[in-house]
Design a protein around this ligand. Structure first.
Ligand code: PMP
Length: 422
Protein backbone atom coordinates (compact mmCIF):
# COMPACT_ATOMS: atom_id res chain seq x y z
CA UNK A 1 0.00 0.00 0.00
CA UNK A 2 1.57 3.26 -1.06
CA UNK A 3 1.75 6.14 1.37
CA UNK A 4 1.16 9.79 0.46
CA UNK A 5 3.26 12.17 2.51
CA UNK A 6 2.60 15.71 1.28
CA UNK A 7 4.09 17.24 4.44
CA UNK A 8 7.43 15.58 3.73
CA UNK A 9 7.21 16.37 0.02
CA UNK A 10 6.56 20.04 0.83
CA UNK A 11 9.75 20.26 2.85
CA UNK A 12 11.69 19.48 -0.33
CA UNK A 13 10.32 22.61 -2.05
CA UNK A 14 11.69 25.83 -0.49
CA UNK A 15 9.30 28.14 -2.32
CA UNK A 16 6.24 26.55 -0.76
CA UNK A 17 7.02 28.20 2.57
CA UNK A 18 6.85 31.79 1.27
CA UNK A 19 3.94 34.08 2.08
CA UNK A 20 1.75 35.94 -0.39
CA UNK A 21 -0.17 39.06 0.71
CA UNK A 22 0.73 38.17 4.28
CA UNK A 23 -0.75 34.66 4.09
CA UNK A 24 0.95 31.30 3.66
CA UNK A 25 1.08 30.76 -0.10
CA UNK A 26 -1.33 28.22 -1.58
CA UNK A 27 0.21 27.47 -4.95
CA UNK A 28 -2.43 26.06 -7.31
CA UNK A 29 -0.93 27.13 -10.63
CA UNK A 30 1.09 23.99 -11.25
CA UNK A 31 -0.17 23.54 -14.80
CA UNK A 32 1.55 26.83 -15.68
CA UNK A 33 4.79 25.83 -14.00
CA UNK A 34 5.72 23.65 -11.04
CA UNK A 35 7.92 24.56 -8.09
CA UNK A 36 11.44 23.13 -7.89
CA UNK A 37 12.77 20.76 -5.25
CA UNK A 38 15.91 21.78 -3.37
CA UNK A 39 17.93 19.12 -5.19
CA UNK A 40 17.25 20.83 -8.53
CA UNK A 41 18.18 24.25 -7.18
CA UNK A 42 21.34 22.83 -5.56
CA UNK A 43 22.34 20.90 -8.68
CA UNK A 44 22.13 24.02 -10.85
CA UNK A 45 23.97 26.10 -8.27
CA UNK A 46 26.70 23.43 -7.93
CA UNK A 47 27.12 23.29 -11.69
CA UNK A 48 27.75 27.02 -11.89
CA UNK A 49 29.97 27.00 -8.80
CA UNK A 50 32.14 24.02 -9.65
CA UNK A 51 31.32 22.51 -13.05
CA UNK A 52 30.60 25.28 -15.54
CA UNK A 53 32.19 24.93 -18.99
CA UNK A 54 30.93 24.55 -22.53
CA UNK A 55 30.17 21.03 -23.73
CA UNK A 56 31.41 18.91 -26.64
CA UNK A 57 34.50 21.10 -27.07
CA UNK A 58 36.55 19.28 -24.49
CA UNK A 59 40.16 20.30 -24.68
CA UNK A 60 40.23 20.67 -20.90
CA UNK A 61 39.04 18.71 -17.89
CA UNK A 62 36.18 20.99 -16.90
CA UNK A 63 34.66 20.84 -20.37
CA UNK A 64 34.97 17.07 -20.45
CA UNK A 65 33.27 16.90 -17.04
CA UNK A 66 30.43 19.22 -18.18
CA UNK A 67 29.96 17.10 -21.32
CA UNK A 68 29.69 13.92 -19.28
CA UNK A 69 27.14 15.52 -16.92
CA UNK A 70 25.14 16.90 -19.87
CA UNK A 71 25.04 13.56 -21.70
CA UNK A 72 24.30 11.68 -18.49
CA UNK A 73 21.29 13.96 -18.09
CA UNK A 74 20.05 12.80 -21.49
CA UNK A 75 20.55 9.17 -20.40
CA UNK A 76 18.62 9.80 -17.17
CA UNK A 77 15.65 11.10 -19.14
CA UNK A 78 15.85 8.25 -21.64
CA UNK A 79 15.80 5.67 -18.82
CA UNK A 80 12.86 7.41 -17.19
CA UNK A 81 10.92 7.35 -20.45
CA UNK A 82 11.83 3.73 -21.17
CA UNK A 83 13.90 4.60 -24.23
CA UNK A 84 17.00 2.60 -25.04
CA UNK A 85 18.34 4.94 -27.72
CA UNK A 86 19.04 8.19 -25.87
CA UNK A 87 20.22 9.87 -29.11
CA UNK A 88 16.54 10.08 -30.09
CA UNK A 89 15.99 12.62 -27.27
CA UNK A 90 16.61 16.14 -28.53
CA UNK A 91 17.02 18.99 -26.06
CA UNK A 92 14.80 21.95 -26.82
CA UNK A 93 13.71 25.05 -24.93
CA UNK A 94 10.41 23.35 -24.15
CA UNK A 95 7.29 21.87 -25.70
CA UNK A 96 6.77 24.89 -27.93
CA UNK A 97 10.19 24.63 -29.51
CA UNK A 98 9.91 20.84 -29.83
CA UNK A 99 6.66 21.13 -31.82
CA UNK A 100 8.08 23.95 -33.94
CA UNK A 101 11.09 21.76 -34.70
CA UNK A 102 8.86 18.99 -36.05
CA UNK A 103 6.58 21.37 -37.96
CA UNK A 104 9.54 23.09 -39.54
CA UNK A 105 11.78 20.14 -40.31
CA UNK A 106 9.51 17.11 -40.79
CA UNK A 107 6.56 19.22 -41.90
CA UNK A 108 8.23 21.14 -44.71
CA UNK A 109 9.89 17.97 -45.95
CA UNK A 110 6.73 15.86 -46.02
CA UNK A 111 3.63 17.98 -46.43
CA UNK A 112 2.27 19.01 -49.79
CA UNK A 113 -0.63 21.17 -50.90
CA UNK A 114 -3.95 19.60 -49.92
CA UNK A 115 -2.47 17.26 -47.29
CA UNK A 116 -4.51 17.06 -44.12
CA UNK A 117 -3.37 17.96 -40.60
CA UNK A 118 -5.70 16.95 -37.73
CA UNK A 119 -5.64 19.07 -34.58
CA UNK A 120 -7.63 18.81 -31.37
CA UNK A 121 -10.28 21.31 -30.32
CA UNK A 122 -8.64 21.52 -26.90
CA UNK A 123 -5.07 21.93 -28.19
CA UNK A 124 -2.72 24.43 -26.57
CA UNK A 125 -1.71 27.21 -28.97
CA UNK A 126 1.75 25.57 -29.12
CA UNK A 127 0.10 22.62 -30.86
CA UNK A 128 -1.95 24.81 -33.22
CA UNK A 129 0.06 27.79 -34.41
CA UNK A 130 3.16 25.93 -35.72
CA UNK A 131 0.80 23.76 -37.83
CA UNK A 132 -1.03 26.81 -39.13
CA UNK A 133 2.31 28.29 -40.14
CA UNK A 134 3.19 25.02 -41.85
CA UNK A 135 -0.18 24.92 -43.62
CA UNK A 136 0.37 28.48 -44.87
CA UNK A 137 3.82 27.53 -46.18
CA UNK A 138 2.82 24.25 -47.85
CA UNK A 139 -0.85 24.58 -48.77
CA UNK A 140 -1.77 21.78 -46.35
CA UNK A 141 -5.23 22.02 -44.78
CA UNK A 142 -6.31 21.71 -41.15
CA UNK A 143 -9.33 19.96 -39.68
CA UNK A 144 -10.28 19.91 -36.02
CA UNK A 145 -11.24 16.87 -33.94
CA UNK A 146 -14.20 18.02 -31.82
CA UNK A 147 -14.84 17.25 -28.16
CA UNK A 148 -17.89 15.86 -26.40
CA UNK A 149 -19.67 17.99 -23.82
CA UNK A 150 -17.72 16.41 -20.93
CA UNK A 151 -14.34 17.33 -22.47
CA UNK A 152 -13.54 13.87 -23.87
CA UNK A 153 -12.61 13.47 -27.51
CA UNK A 154 -15.43 12.70 -29.95
CA UNK A 155 -14.16 9.30 -31.11
CA UNK A 156 -16.78 8.92 -33.84
CA UNK A 157 -15.83 12.26 -35.36
CA UNK A 158 -12.16 11.25 -35.06
CA UNK A 159 -12.81 8.01 -36.96
CA UNK A 160 -14.64 9.93 -39.67
CA UNK A 161 -11.74 12.38 -40.00
CA UNK A 162 -9.25 9.52 -40.17
CA UNK A 163 -11.09 8.21 -43.25
CA UNK A 164 -9.67 11.26 -45.04
CA UNK A 165 -6.18 9.80 -44.42
CA UNK A 166 -4.45 12.71 -42.68
CA UNK A 167 -0.72 13.11 -43.14
CA UNK A 168 -0.29 14.30 -39.58
CA UNK A 169 -2.30 13.97 -36.36
CA UNK A 170 -1.21 16.29 -33.56
CA UNK A 171 -2.64 15.15 -30.23
CA UNK A 172 -2.60 16.45 -26.65
CA UNK A 173 -1.95 13.81 -24.04
CA UNK A 174 -3.69 15.92 -21.38
CA UNK A 175 -5.63 19.16 -21.86
CA UNK A 176 -4.03 22.03 -19.97
CA UNK A 177 -7.37 23.84 -19.81
CA UNK A 178 -9.64 20.95 -18.75
CA UNK A 179 -7.32 18.33 -17.28
CA UNK A 180 -8.84 15.62 -19.49
CA UNK A 181 -6.51 12.67 -20.16
CA UNK A 182 -6.95 11.49 -23.73
CA UNK A 183 -6.51 7.82 -24.64
CA UNK A 184 -3.45 8.54 -26.74
CA UNK A 185 -2.27 4.93 -27.16
CA UNK A 186 -5.58 4.02 -28.84
CA UNK A 187 -5.70 7.30 -30.78
CA UNK A 188 -2.15 6.71 -32.04
CA UNK A 189 -2.97 3.14 -33.07
CA UNK A 190 -5.97 4.33 -35.05
CA UNK A 191 -4.01 7.15 -36.70
CA UNK A 192 -1.09 4.86 -37.55
CA UNK A 193 -3.53 2.39 -39.12
CA UNK A 194 -4.38 4.99 -41.80
CA UNK A 195 -0.73 5.88 -42.34
CA UNK A 196 -0.60 9.18 -40.40
CA UNK A 197 2.44 10.47 -38.56
CA UNK A 198 1.50 11.28 -34.96
CA UNK A 199 2.89 13.90 -32.62
CA UNK A 200 1.81 14.00 -28.97
CA UNK A 201 2.07 17.09 -26.79
CA UNK A 202 2.90 15.61 -23.39
CA UNK A 203 3.44 18.87 -21.49
CA UNK A 204 0.62 18.20 -19.00
CA UNK A 205 0.94 14.43 -18.75
CA UNK A 206 4.41 13.76 -17.37
CA UNK A 207 3.92 15.97 -14.30
CA UNK A 208 1.23 13.52 -13.19
CA UNK A 209 2.24 10.04 -14.32
CA UNK A 210 5.21 8.13 -15.71
CA UNK A 211 5.05 6.43 -19.06
CA UNK A 212 7.05 4.31 -21.46
CA UNK A 213 7.23 6.27 -24.66
CA UNK A 214 7.79 3.37 -27.00
CA UNK A 215 4.59 1.72 -25.75
CA UNK A 216 2.55 4.78 -26.67
CA UNK A 217 2.83 4.26 -30.41
CA UNK A 218 3.42 7.88 -31.42
CA UNK A 219 6.17 9.16 -33.71
CA UNK A 220 7.05 12.32 -31.78
CA UNK A 221 6.51 13.29 -28.13
CA UNK A 222 7.18 16.77 -26.75
CA UNK A 223 7.37 18.09 -23.17
CA UNK A 224 8.78 20.87 -20.97
CA UNK A 225 11.13 20.54 -18.01
CA UNK A 226 9.57 23.33 -15.97
CA UNK A 227 6.25 21.51 -15.69
CA UNK A 228 7.92 18.43 -14.20
CA UNK A 229 9.69 20.19 -11.33
CA UNK A 230 12.76 21.04 -13.45
CA UNK A 231 14.07 24.40 -14.64
CA UNK A 232 12.57 26.67 -17.28
CA UNK A 233 14.15 26.91 -20.73
CA UNK A 234 14.70 23.17 -21.18
CA UNK A 235 12.48 20.56 -22.76
CA UNK A 236 12.58 17.48 -24.91
CA UNK A 237 11.53 16.26 -28.29
CA UNK A 238 11.58 12.50 -28.65
CA UNK A 239 11.20 11.04 -32.13
CA UNK A 240 11.50 7.70 -33.88
CA UNK A 241 15.08 7.29 -35.08
CA UNK A 242 14.20 6.62 -38.71
CA UNK A 243 12.11 9.79 -38.88
CA UNK A 244 14.68 11.97 -37.11
CA UNK A 245 17.48 10.64 -39.28
CA UNK A 246 15.64 11.50 -42.47
CA UNK A 247 14.72 15.01 -41.28
CA UNK A 248 16.85 18.03 -42.21
CA UNK A 249 18.21 20.25 -39.42
CA UNK A 250 16.05 23.25 -38.71
CA UNK A 251 18.68 25.59 -37.28
CA UNK A 252 22.28 25.87 -38.39
CA UNK A 253 25.37 26.78 -36.38
CA UNK A 254 27.99 25.29 -34.13
CA UNK A 255 27.57 21.85 -32.52
CA UNK A 256 25.32 20.47 -35.28
CA UNK A 257 27.94 20.00 -38.00
CA UNK A 258 30.41 17.36 -39.05
CA UNK A 259 32.40 19.37 -41.64
CA UNK A 260 32.03 22.98 -42.77
CA UNK A 261 33.61 24.63 -45.77
CA UNK A 262 32.42 27.42 -48.00
CA UNK A 263 31.58 24.76 -50.55
CA UNK A 264 29.10 23.14 -48.21
CA UNK A 265 28.44 21.56 -44.85
CA UNK A 266 27.78 18.05 -43.64
CA UNK A 267 25.75 17.56 -40.51
CA UNK A 268 26.40 15.69 -37.30
CA UNK A 269 24.33 12.64 -36.42
CA UNK A 270 21.59 12.41 -33.80
CA UNK A 271 20.91 14.14 -31.50
CA UNK A 272 23.38 16.94 -32.33
CA UNK A 273 21.96 17.63 -35.80
CA UNK A 274 19.02 19.31 -34.05
CA UNK A 275 20.97 21.08 -31.31
CA UNK A 276 22.66 24.04 -32.96
CA UNK A 277 24.55 26.40 -30.65
CA UNK A 278 25.48 26.15 -26.99
CA UNK A 279 22.70 24.21 -25.28
CA UNK A 280 21.06 24.91 -21.93
CA UNK A 281 23.61 22.81 -20.04
CA UNK A 282 22.55 23.75 -16.52
CA UNK A 283 18.92 23.29 -17.55
CA UNK A 284 19.48 19.74 -18.78
CA UNK A 285 21.43 18.79 -15.67
CA UNK A 286 18.80 20.42 -13.46
CA UNK A 287 16.03 18.55 -15.28
CA UNK A 288 17.83 15.25 -14.73
CA UNK A 289 17.98 16.13 -11.01
CA UNK A 290 14.19 16.62 -11.06
CA UNK A 291 13.73 13.21 -12.68
CA UNK A 292 16.06 11.62 -10.12
CA UNK A 293 13.96 13.26 -7.41
CA UNK A 294 10.72 11.86 -8.84
CA UNK A 295 12.36 8.49 -9.26
CA UNK A 296 13.16 8.42 -5.55
CA UNK A 297 9.49 8.95 -4.58
CA UNK A 298 6.47 6.71 -4.60
CA UNK A 299 4.93 7.96 -7.83
CA UNK A 300 1.82 5.83 -7.37
CA UNK A 301 1.23 7.44 -3.98
CA UNK A 302 1.70 10.87 -5.54
CA UNK A 303 -0.84 10.11 -8.24
CA UNK A 304 -3.39 8.78 -5.75
CA UNK A 305 -2.88 11.82 -3.53
CA UNK A 306 -3.41 14.18 -6.48
CA UNK A 307 -6.62 12.37 -7.43
CA UNK A 308 -7.83 12.64 -3.83
CA UNK A 309 -7.11 16.39 -3.94
CA UNK A 310 -9.17 16.75 -7.10
CA UNK A 311 -12.10 14.83 -5.63
CA UNK A 312 -11.94 16.87 -2.41
CA UNK A 313 -11.84 20.11 -4.41
CA UNK A 314 -14.84 19.10 -6.52
CA UNK A 315 -16.77 18.12 -3.39
CA UNK A 316 -15.91 21.22 -1.32
CA UNK A 317 -16.34 23.69 -4.17
CA UNK A 318 -19.40 21.86 -5.51
CA UNK A 319 -21.31 23.11 -2.44
CA UNK A 320 -20.62 26.75 -3.25
CA UNK A 321 -23.45 28.67 -4.83
CA UNK A 322 -22.76 29.35 -8.51
CA UNK A 323 -19.76 27.00 -8.76
CA UNK A 324 -19.62 24.98 -11.99
CA UNK A 325 -16.82 22.61 -12.97
CA UNK A 326 -16.13 22.99 -16.67
CA UNK A 327 -15.10 19.40 -17.53
CA UNK A 328 -16.65 16.25 -16.13
CA UNK A 329 -14.95 13.33 -17.94
CA UNK A 330 -13.80 10.51 -15.70
CA UNK A 331 -10.15 10.50 -16.81
CA UNK A 332 -8.61 13.65 -15.53
CA UNK A 333 -5.40 14.83 -13.93
CA UNK A 334 -5.61 16.92 -10.76
CA UNK A 335 -6.76 20.09 -12.47
CA UNK A 336 -10.07 21.82 -11.83
CA UNK A 337 -11.33 24.24 -14.47
CA UNK A 338 -14.37 26.12 -13.20
CA UNK A 339 -16.64 29.14 -13.28
CA UNK A 340 -18.31 31.06 -10.50
CA UNK A 341 -21.63 32.34 -11.74
CA UNK A 342 -21.99 36.10 -11.60
CA UNK A 343 -18.27 36.65 -11.06
CA UNK A 344 -15.71 37.51 -13.71
CA UNK A 345 -12.85 35.01 -13.65
CA UNK A 346 -10.22 37.74 -13.35
CA UNK A 347 -12.01 39.23 -10.33
CA UNK A 348 -12.13 35.82 -8.66
CA UNK A 349 -8.43 35.20 -9.35
CA UNK A 350 -7.65 38.64 -7.96
CA UNK A 351 -9.66 37.95 -4.81
CA UNK A 352 -7.98 34.57 -4.33
CA UNK A 353 -4.58 36.15 -4.85
CA UNK A 354 -5.32 38.51 -1.97
CA UNK A 355 -6.03 35.47 0.19
CA UNK A 356 -2.59 34.07 -0.78
CA UNK A 357 -4.05 31.58 -3.25
CA UNK A 358 -2.46 31.40 -6.71
CA UNK A 359 -4.73 30.14 -9.49
CA UNK A 360 -4.91 30.98 -13.17
CA UNK A 361 -7.77 32.76 -14.97
CA UNK A 362 -8.30 33.18 -18.69
CA UNK A 363 -8.14 31.16 -21.89
CA UNK A 364 -5.09 29.10 -20.83
CA UNK A 365 -3.59 29.38 -24.35
CA UNK A 366 -6.54 27.38 -25.65
CA UNK A 367 -8.68 30.09 -27.28
CA UNK A 368 -10.33 27.73 -29.82
CA UNK A 369 -11.46 25.53 -26.92
CA UNK A 370 -12.97 28.52 -25.10
CA UNK A 371 -14.74 29.55 -28.30
CA UNK A 372 -16.21 26.05 -28.61
CA UNK A 373 -17.32 26.13 -24.97
CA UNK A 374 -18.77 29.62 -25.43
CA UNK A 375 -16.71 30.92 -22.54
CA UNK A 376 -14.37 33.91 -22.36
CA UNK A 377 -12.15 31.79 -20.12
CA UNK A 378 -12.20 29.75 -16.94
CA UNK A 379 -10.59 29.66 -13.54
CA UNK A 380 -8.07 26.89 -13.16
CA UNK A 381 -6.79 25.37 -9.93
CA UNK A 382 -4.09 22.85 -10.80
CA UNK A 383 -2.71 20.62 -8.08
CA UNK A 384 0.64 18.91 -7.62
CA UNK A 385 1.58 16.15 -5.19
CA UNK A 386 2.84 18.73 -2.68
CA UNK A 387 -0.57 20.34 -2.27
CA UNK A 388 -2.68 19.41 0.72
CA UNK A 389 -6.32 18.85 1.60
CA UNK A 390 -6.09 21.94 3.86
CA UNK A 391 -5.06 24.04 0.87
CA UNK A 392 -8.04 22.73 -1.08
CA UNK A 393 -10.25 23.77 1.85
CA UNK A 394 -8.67 27.22 1.91
CA UNK A 395 -9.56 27.59 -1.77
CA UNK A 396 -13.16 26.51 -1.15
CA UNK A 397 -13.46 28.79 1.88
CA UNK A 398 -12.12 31.80 -0.01
CA UNK A 399 -14.52 31.18 -2.91
CA UNK A 400 -17.40 30.81 -0.50
CA UNK A 401 -16.48 34.06 1.27
CA UNK A 402 -16.46 35.84 -2.07
CA UNK A 403 -19.89 34.48 -2.95
CA UNK A 404 -21.28 35.32 0.53
CA UNK A 405 -19.88 38.84 0.53
CA UNK A 406 -21.22 39.49 -2.97
CA UNK A 407 -24.57 38.10 -1.82
CA UNK A 408 -24.70 40.39 1.23
CA UNK A 409 -23.60 43.37 -0.89
CA UNK A 410 -26.48 42.60 -3.23
CA UNK A 411 -28.86 42.24 -0.27
CA UNK A 412 -27.81 45.63 1.11
CA UNK A 413 -28.12 47.16 -2.37
CA UNK A 414 -31.56 45.57 -2.79
CA UNK A 415 -32.64 46.77 0.68
CA UNK A 416 -31.40 50.28 -0.01
CA UNK A 417 -33.21 50.27 -3.32
CA UNK A 418 -36.47 49.04 -1.77
CA UNK A 419 -36.15 51.55 1.11
CA UNK A 420 -35.74 54.31 -1.43
CA UNK A 421 -38.70 53.04 -3.46
CA UNK A 422 -40.83 52.90 -0.32
N1 PMP B 1 1.26 22.31 -24.44
C1 PMP B 1 0.57 22.29 -23.30
C2 PMP B 1 -0.54 21.30 -23.13
C3 PMP B 1 0.91 23.17 -22.27
O1 PMP B 1 0.22 23.15 -21.14
C4 PMP B 1 1.96 24.08 -22.47
C5 PMP B 1 2.34 25.08 -21.39
N2 PMP B 1 1.28 25.78 -20.85
C6 PMP B 1 2.64 24.07 -23.68
C7 PMP B 1 2.26 23.16 -24.65
C8 PMP B 1 3.77 24.99 -23.95
O2 PMP B 1 4.84 24.71 -23.11
P1 PMP B 1 6.10 25.67 -23.03
O3 PMP B 1 5.56 27.05 -22.84
O4 PMP B 1 6.85 25.16 -21.84
O5 PMP B 1 6.84 25.51 -24.30
Amino acid sequence: MSQADPKRWRRDFPLLSVRAHGQPLVYLDNAATTQKPRTVIDTISRFYKTGNANVHRGSHALSAQATVAFEQARDTLARWLGIEDSATLIWTRGTTEAINLVAHSWGRQHLRSGDLILLMQSAHHANIVPWQMLAAATGARIEVIPLLADGDLDREAYHRLLEQKPALVALSHVSNALGTIYPVAALCREAKAVGATVLVDGAQALPHFDLHLDQLGCDFYAFSGHKIFGPTGIGVLWGRRELLEAMPPWQGGGEMIEQVSFDGTTYAGLPFKFEAGTPNIAGAIGLAAAIDYLHGQDRMAMEQHEQALLQHALECCGQIKGFRAVASGSHRVSLMSFELEGHHQQDVAHWLDHQGIAVRAGHHCAMPLMQALGLPGTLRASFAFYNTQQEVERLALALDQLVQSAHSTHLVADMEQSTYQN
